[in-house]
Design a protein around this ligand. Sequence first.
Ligand SMILES: Nc1nc2c(ncn2[C@@H]2O[C@H](COP(=O)(O)OP(=O)(O)OP(=O)(O)O)[C@@H](O)[C@H]2O)c(=O)[nH]1
Ligand SMILES: [Mg+2]
Length: 224
Amino acid sequence: MTKEKISIVIPALNEDKNIAHVINGVKRVLGSKKYEIIVVDGHSSDNTAAISRNAGATVIYDNIGKGSALIKGLGYSRGDIVVAMDADLSNEPKELNLLIKGIEIGYDVCMGSRFMAGGSSEDISLIRKFGNRFFVWLVNAIFGSNYSDMCYGYRSFSRKAIEKLGLKETGFGIETEINIKAMKNRLKVLEVPSTEKQRAAGDPKLRTFNDGYAILRTIIKNLV
Ligand SMILES: Nc1nc2c(ncn2[C@@H]2O[C@H](COP(=O)(O)OP(=O)(O)OP(=O)(O)O)[C@@H](O)[C@H]2O)c(=O)[nH]1
Ligand SMILES: [Mg+2]
């Protein structure tokens, strides 16, 4: 059994139909391990915060975007191993074990990948798949990395990695920033296969073109 404390950080905006299922799934998988669950609520207009608290999570708030919510959650967390996951039931709690194991065996960042052997997505449109593939290619070409996926939020970090990454992106460019800065800081990165399920309920927050542009801006900002 893991001795380290594990933090699960979940950015959530208007996810009151999903969040309790996510939290209960995490609790089921982590069982008797030492852990905390932090929901970073983007000032939802629904009952996300209250439902999260009732399900046993600590709730903190952020009113900027997905990236800033994640940064705030990572900063607030106290675990030796920290896992970021979505609140819409796209990420399967049973995969937590693999993400945690990746850090335990010595990696700094462990990234779920939908596009390596064994991974898949039930939730990605053709245009987003193409965009993701293009951005992965671009980042790999510029930074000399070998990623198979990028715009996917199911990832784990060692405490040291969080400090080294010094994340700044407030929106959906955050995953891209992590990929680039992990490379620049020579962090040890492991990709593990992940199955992305369809968002269970509620509306998507990502806007394909605006956020595609945010990803491109993130790449440009981190060129030097
Ligand atoms: N706190 C906070 N969380 C956010 C914000 N935008 C998105 N999220 C959460 O970030 C996670 C990823 O957002 P999604 O809307 O699922 O993005 P996506 O998975 O690319 O899009 P879908 O295919 O629709 O699921 C979810 O848990 C959202 O609730 C925000 O502005 N603030
Ligand atoms: Mg989603």
